[in-house]
Design a binder for this molecule. Sequence first.
Ligand code: GDP
Length: 528
Amino acid sequence: MANADFLNEINKRRTFAIISHPDAGKTTITEKVLLFGNALQKAGTVKGKKSGQHAKSDWMDMEKERGISVSTSVMQFPYGDKLVNLLDTPGHEDFSEDTYRTLTAVDSCLMVIDAAKGVEDRTRKLMEVTRLRDTPIVTFMNKLDRDIRDPLELLDEVEAELNIMCAPITWPIGCGKLFKGVYHLANDETYLYQTGLGHTIQDVRIIKGIDNPELDDAVTSDLAAQLREELELVQGASNPFDQEMFMAGELTPVFFGTALGNFGVDHMLDGLTQWAPKPQSRATEGREVTAEEEKFSGFVFKIQANMDPKHRDRIAFCRIVSGKYKKGMKMRHTRTGKDVRVSDALTFLAGDRSLLEEAYAGDIIGLHNHGSIRIGDTFSSGEDFRFTGIPNFAPELFKRIRLKDPLKMKQLQKGLIQLAEEGAVQVFRPLTNNDLIVGAVGVLQFDVVVARLKAEYNVDALYESVGVSTARWVYGSEKDVDDFRRKTQSYLALDGADNLAYIAPTMVNLSLAQERYPDITFAATREQ
Ligand code: GDP
């Protein structure tokens, strides 16, 4: 039996990521969350694309030039009696593959919505990805200090477009210049908003009871009347919070506030730390591994190069699934079967690296990678299993990559395959010619690849257009695949890990092939 201290360490962990459309306020809310976690003295040092300051997690000059965050960083901080791991994800959609995979490493997500805009594209797409594992979702309606849309309409939109029921936990009183605060439905308390205190943790005035006349004085009797009226509607039309439905990803608790004004973020954090799941089990090819198992195990969901210009190295981000990491422990890299002793795993506190003594299920540790670790790899305490469910997504953009100096072909191939293993890009090598085709989900990935080929492999490469617009991994019985292979050779390629893929000039080719070869599966995602 696991001892009580060990179980307590695991039970108090909450590992989550933020999903949102660009500009909804993810960076701002991250700053405030860290302020509450006391990880930063004063919010505003995470990323200052406006002030010209740059996040410590920014790692490439290119990223700085463009003011976007390419990297995923991990932040750990205490909140109440819980220990929170917040996994930051690249905001730019061009790095969505990284974001998607990061979502496999969390146990819950915070969805931030710009309440003036409602549900936007990227939120839709990210919600689809969370559906792969039915991840529990907490919702924050942001920017209440602006003129927002009718809150009831916003909830309707979330329910209809994202197919998840909404349980409002707080309800806004006014918005824009008239934003007065929120009413907490379960606590029957009103929290009053003050402007201009966004950089601090505010002393919030609380008014107990919805019928308290103090409320009318504090927010004006018009707004108080409007609130009481809306609450009747809300309580009739929306769902109460239900833990089981939340855990199944069927219902989301909704909070209102302003990240910039640092108002409502703590209500959301209270809810998240209370309701969001502790570290959850993960499936392997054989069995489920639970967090409470004492033996260490984990999987790699991201590899990042050049996190710190002073350390020209690659870090593999490993989510601990079970047990405990202890400095100096031996772990098995199950794909290679090798046992390695690890005494220099890293933890990431707001972008700073520090050496780690121990870490528990739910935590993310950074392993130094000298080229042998791939995305999706499992580390265990000797048991030979592999975690499943870390996906590759079929790229949507393709280019042929060509060398300026043809003598560097070997370096180019090596570089591309390594970058593919890191998940920076995907590579396809057609069966019938010597092209190297690079596939990406977002256009910036192409630039990153050329920059890294130059910096890390000393290879000058450039792109040409190529007549490929879609790729699917193909599966089937050996006989069906052999037959398919003979007949469609010129449309087939091997990816970086030698998996067979169908690459077609148009979607029409793909649908025709799907019709002609019904026994072949054309998959848009591939598990590592
Ligand atoms: P991200 O792209 O999702 O990381 O969004 P940011 O956090 O960078 O925010 C985008 C813009 O919205 C910035 O100019 C923020 O200052 C602003 N913003 C964020 N939260 C709020 C808010 O609550 N109210 C207002 N008025 N602006 C906000």
